[in-house]
Design a protein around this ligand. Structure first.
Ligand code: ZN
Length: 111
């Protein structure tokens, strides 16, 4: 009888830890299962996802991953910042500035 109880209790902990692990909260999943049993599993499922998110597609990825498993893009923060700077330069250029620059370039050609 006691073996059956230990078996169920361990199973409860394993399920709680596994559910927590899905959300980057293995330790909390274990603790909640320890104190609340299957109710703890539910609470773990309702907790927010603690896993880091991909810079590009915003999907949850594994802690420390170098490449996103969803979109395959590099998770190097330096690379991401570099692409952001390029994008900002493109977006920030004023259409009037651009027109003037093009006019100047044309004027230099005809001169
Ligand atoms: Zn991604």
């Amino acid at each position: 009888m006691i073996y059956w109880f230990i078996f169920v209790w361990l199973g409860n902990l394993i399920v709680g830890g596994a559910i927590g692990n899905l959300r980057g909260r293995a330790g909390e999943g274990l603790l909640l299962a320890l104190f609340l049993g299957p109710l703890g599993w539910l609470i773990t499922l309702l907790l927010s996802d603690k896993r880091p998110k991909c810079f590009y597609c915003n999907e949850a990825i594994t802690e420390g991953a170098m490449v996103c498993k969803h979109c395959g893009k590099s998770q190097n923060p330096g690379e991401y910042l570099a692409t952001l700077k390029v994008r900002r330069k493109e977006a920030v250029e004023d259409p009037v500035d651009r027109w003037e620059r093009e006019q100047r370039a044309q004027g230099e050609k005809t001169r």
